[in-house]
Design a protein around this ligand. Structure first.
Ligand SMILES: [Ca+2]
Ligand SMILES: [Ca+2]
Ligand SMILES: [Ca+2]
Ligand SMILES: [Ca+2]
Length: 387
């Protein structure tokens, strides 16, 4: 297929960012992240997990009334279920609603590089386990060699998740967005005419977030300069324009630097009363505060500037735990924090604001060998928006 790259390198904007850069040559830190989405269309995030030995994909559906009461059962066993078993060479690349029926679908890639959407069956009745609708499995595209999936998010605000890829093997840093199309509840495919390349990143920059940051419905991008270890991790927010495959340079900007040794970034709306998202960082090194501490930067409506007064430290994660993503697990409009332990335990901190948590709800402990598949880069949109 024809793969058109029309990347516009924002040399001016990124030049401003790079003036204080000190490149130490350290490999970029990877951002941990789980694949989450609302698989049963009840407004609550659910968690996709995989058995690394067999390739089985399973969804933990979050129970109604999730809370932090000791001993509470926060997984709805009846609605949870096995989706499919991947064949060798296949891997999960993202979760998003690719056909606008309110149910999260699963983006996978096969050994030949083809991106395929496994469509979640919207005919499943209340109380029954989630399942796939094999008749609606849709092929999206095969990115060129060296291009990797960043995540899935609705770039053009048509209700269908789109797929972001980045050139990690060639020129480096060029982002391309496959716009997808599907009738509501139908089979996804790619809209070649609507697809395009919104941005190219300089060397050393990672895309950390794809998802709507300024509340206009169009997915945006947040990148972090993880090569800068002496001056903190700089972050930059790219606000997109109509169509979702171009960047509004004037609306984009630098929210500020994340302190040295802190991991960037998971995004979600933790502030009641505005539509813009906020982002969380984690103290991974213990520099400048206790290791494991989560700090939330509250973003103003523009999606780029930080509301310093509303920003605050949140909970501190115990040793062995990491942030897996932000998503709304109790349908109160405020994103919660999913944390994962190396022993397979999954915990949701129920946020009520940037620095306030009402409780910690234990979801479950995954069986041995199972994990919430990690993103190598970034967080997908289903982790971003508190719908
Ligand atoms: Ca759900
Ligand atoms: Ca769907
Ligand atoms: Ca879309
Ligand atoms: Ca936006």
């Amino acid at each position: 297929m024809k793969f058109v790259t029309t990347a516009v390198f924002l040399a001016l904007a990124l030049g401003l960012l790079s003036t204080n850069a000190v490149f130490a040559g350290a490999p970029p830190a990877l951002t941990p992240g789980a694949f989450m989405g609302d698989f049963n269309n009840d407004g609550q995030q659910d968690v996709l997990i995989m058995d690394s030995a067999t390739g089985a994909l399973y969804v933990y559906v979050t129970a109604s009334g999730i809370d932090g009461t000791p001993g509470a059962t926060n997984v709805d066993v009846a609605q949870s279920g096995l989706l499919t078993t991947l064949t060798p060479g296949q891997s999960v690349k993202g979760v998003g609603d690719f056909n606008n029926d309110g149910r999260a679908d699963v983006l996978i890639q096969d050994a030949a590089g083809l991106l395929v959407v496994l469509v979640n069956d919207n005919a499943v009745g209340p109380g029954s386990p989630v399942a796939l609708d094999a008749a609606k499995t849709g092929s999206i595209a095969t990115p060129p060699a060296g291009w990797d999936v960043i995540g899935a998010a609705d770039a053009n605000d048509d209700g269908n998740a789109d797929v972001y890829v980045i050139d990690n093997g060639g020129v480096g840093g060029t982002v391309y967005t496959y716009i997808t199309q599907a009738a509501v509840g139908g089979m996804p495919s790619v809209d070649a005419a609507g697809s395009g390349s919104p941005i190219g990143l300089p060397a050393g920059w990672l895309m950390s977030v794809v998802g709507d940051l300024n509340g206009d419905g169009l997915s945006d991008m947040m990148a972090s300069n993880t090569a800068v270890i002496n001056a903190g991790n700089q972050v930059y927010t790219f606000i997109t324009a109509a169509g979702g495959v171009t960047v509004d340079v004037g609306a984009s900007g630098n929210p500020g630097a994340v302190p040295t040794g802190w991991g960037c970034c998971a995004a979600g709306n933790l502030t009641a009363g505005n539509a813009s998202n906020d982002f969380a960082v984690v103290n991974e090194s213990g520099a400048g505060g206790p290791a494991g501490l989560i700090y939330v930067y509250a973003l103003n409506d523009d999606g780029i500037s930080v509301d310093v007064g509303a920003s605050a430290a949140s909970v501190g994660l115990p040793v062995g735990w990491e942030v897996a993503g932000l998503g709304d697990f109790n349908n109160d409009g405020i994103a919660d924090t999913l944390a994962a332990n190396t022993d397979g335990s999954l915990l949701v901190y129920l946020n009520t604001g940037p620095g306030t948590v009402s409780g910690a709800a234990f979801l479950t402990q995954m069986p041995g060998g199972w994990s919430a598949p990690d993103f190598l880069q970034g967080m997908s949109a289903n982790e971003v928006a508190a719908q």
